[in-house]
Design a binder for this molecule. Sequence first.
Ligand code: IMP
Length: 210
Amino acid sequence: MTLPQTLILATHNQGKVKELREPLARFGFEVKSLPDDFPEVAETGSTFEENALIKAHAVADALGVPAVADDSGIEVDALGGAPGVYSARYGRDWPEREGESADGRNNRKLLTELEGVPSARRAARFRCCMVMAYPSSWKDRPEDIVVSGAWEGRIAERPSGSNGFGYDPLFIDPSTGRTGAELTREEKMARSHRGKALAKLLEALERRRS
Ligand code: IMP
């Protein structure tokens, strides 16, 4: 099967773009960004997979180009799996502090909710579902590719590190004892939920290429 040359990353999250662009380009795609004025796609699903499918199809259909979408988040056992699919919006119900980013507010809320919870009960995992979808206007379009990955770890007592994005400064990777924000991009991708999902996506594309 001939693979499309161009794909679009169906996200405005620059943290995700930084992690996905280079490996997809190395695989041979011309990787395009979502136009700045592309409206936020409503994440109306109740699972990572549903939301990734919604985002990938919305973008592929609107722009007529194959799209890769990632829906991801963090599940904290001591919070019954929250914030899960609501990870991006977790801190929205908390009062804003001047100069604080949305990620900063999410992290502040998470640390507050876990105050007093000992290290042994701070288990958490990142999950990612990644979808490659094709425009419905394409005749004989290939089937969607749907893959996922998880990264087990625990929530730190305080943030540390400045790489990555989102909850990375609070997420301790057990194999290194460092937070996601203390890992280089390559180290993070070798372990992370997104790195694992992307590896599976590339394997599926490789099988279609051969
Ligand atoms: P989405 O855009 O609905 O998939 O939101 C994902 C949210 O989960 C992000 O805004 C981050 O808060 C969090 N998240 C997902 N992946 C990561 C990661 O690799 N590191 C840190 N936070 C992440």
